[in-house]
Ligand binder design. Structure first.
Ligand code: CA
Length: 475
């Protein structure tokens, strides 16, 4: 008799913000196949990552632990595969397991994927066209477009699986990561349209800590010829040039998303044709959010909403009510315990997240989390974003830019004066007005600072200590 435990198909893209998905109310594109997952299951509106950058978020998902615990704090870190991971536990419990696509946690020795019966991953960031992949340790070139190939290989693996055992497949897309290279099929999509501009497109970074103005991820200034793929036309005003660059950027980004959407449709069709859709949990998420011209930016890293927020939609006809929406807070560190819970596998006591299976069944456990801890470690690297940590509650967000490398891999040792930000998300959803120094918010500052330190103690992290008395901000 076939094993009754559910299959799990975990589809994750790279840098796909939820405000570019129509099931999340996108103003700029349609994603009909992703919407099939949301319509047939549950959409989470408050899913957050604990560190908004590729490698660390992936490590959190695999290990069920925060980055200071799993050792993957920055893009320059690698995952030591000797630790206990969720795929290893599923494999040991009889699941057939595979990862296909982006890995980005290091290669060779203890950094190769572990806990997978089959793996075929891109080296590093990987290429959009004719990518090299590492299949079970062997490097091979594959002709074609990366999103199609990752889906092809996922379908091949599913077709050849053992029908008597449940599967756990991580299908990890490279797209829509920078430099946003579309396939031929979608190359002219949106060609004669103007994509709407976000509300904060012309943010001037006033009323914020210095970190916002210091960041180097401005569409108008920091995009390269590789990003834009053609020279900027002559004779444009500064405003026209910024808009031209946004259109170049966002159209290519959305074209990459359209290919993901088509390919997710292929996987959903397969599950339906096979007759296994009802007993298969399908998740679509992304390793973090992204600025889609919001605050005049591309990229991520900040604890601001567009970057912090992850899309998370999940369909499981045998166990989740179709068309449901959940406002509760879930985190990437909660994914691993949730999948183990569904598989009937005991969650290791050292896993730091919580299973949200009860939420998926329509219940909210007493004491469910109403605040979350965030930490970005990679001080000044790549886009000149200051290292920071903070707490987000249902209404407020407190951020502390401690702005110091602290010897983290790839971080730049050039400390800046620490600064705080507080936002009232109810009255200021776009985070344009730092009220940290406003006396009217003194009680909120006190309460959130205490909550921040409570969460740090809970997850085993420590507040940054600096000495301004010595004329330095070094620890
Ligand atoms: Ca990413």
């Amino acid at each position: 008799m076939p094993d009754p435990r559910p299959n799990i198909l975990f589809i994750m893209s790279d840098d796909h913000a939820s405000h570019a998905m129509s099931c999340y109310g996108s103003r700029i594109n349609r994603t009909p196949h992703l919407d099939r997952i949301a319509d047939g299951g549950m959409r989470f509106d408050n899913c957050f990552c604990t560190n908004s950058i590729c490698t660390p978020s992936r490590a959190v998902i695999l290990t069920g632990a925060y980055n200071h615990v799993n050792g993957v704090t920055t893009l320059a870190s690698t995952l030591d595969g000797r630790q206990v991971t969720m795929p290893k536990l599923l494999q040991a419990a009889g699941y057939q397991t595979a990862i296909i696509g982006k890995w980005h946690l290091g290669h060779g020795g203890v950094n190769d994927p572990t806990g997978f019966d089959y793996w075929n991953v891109l080296p590093g960031q990987g290429l959009y066209h004719n990518p090299e992949m590492i299949e079970m340790g062997e490097r091979k070139m594959f002709p074609g477009y990366v999103t199609d190939l990752i889906t092809d290989f996922s379908l091949d693996w599913l077709r050849n699986r053992d029908l008597e055992r449940p599967f756990f497949l991580m299908c990890h897309h490279k797209a829509p990561h920078r430099a946003w290279e579309p396939d031929e099929k979608h190359a002219l999509m949106y060609e004669n349209e103007e994509i709407p501009y976000p509300e904060t497109f012309d943010d001037d970074y006033s009323n914020r800590a210095a970190a916002a103005a210091a960041a180097k991820m401005r569409i108008e200034r920091d995009m390269t010829l590789t990003d834009l793929k053609r020279p900027t036309p002559e004779g444009l005003t500064a405003e026209e040039e910024k808009k031209w660059k946004y259109q170049r950027y966002i159209k290519d980004y959305l074209r990459c998303v359209a290919s993901i959407d088509d390919n997710v449709g292929r996987l959903l069709d397969y599950l339906e044709e096979e007759g296994v859709a009802d007993n298969t949990i399908v998740v679509y998420t992304s390793d973090q959010g992204f600025f889609l011209g919001d605050h005049g930016w591309y990229d991520k890293r900040f604890m601001y909403e567009e970057s912090l927020r992850m899309p998370f939609i999940i369909r499981y006809p045998n166990g989740i009510e179709a068309g449901s929406v959940n406002e509760r807070m879930i985190l990437n560190v909660d994914f691993a315990p949730t999948f183990l819970d569904y598989a009937g596998v005991q969650i290791p006591s050292h896993f730091q997240g919580s299973s949200f299976c009860p939420l998926l069944k329509g219940d909210t456990p007493a004491g469910w989390q109403t605040s979350m801890y965030y930490r970005y470690w990679m001080h000044l690297a790549h886009h000149h974003v200051y290292a920071h940590y903070g707490v987000r509650t249902l209404r407020y967000k407190l951020i502390y830019y401690y702005a110091d490398a602290l010897d983290q891999p790839g971080a730049i040792d050039d400390p800046r004066e620490p600064e705080w930000e507080l936002f009232d998300l109810e009255t200021d959803p776009f985070e344009l007005n730092n009220v940290y120094h406003d006396p009217a918010f003194a009680d909120v500052v006190e309460e959130l600072t205490a909550e921040l330190h409570r969460l740090q103690a809970q997850v085993g992290d420590e507040p940054y200590v600096h000495s301004s008395a010595a004329g330095t901000w070094r620890k």
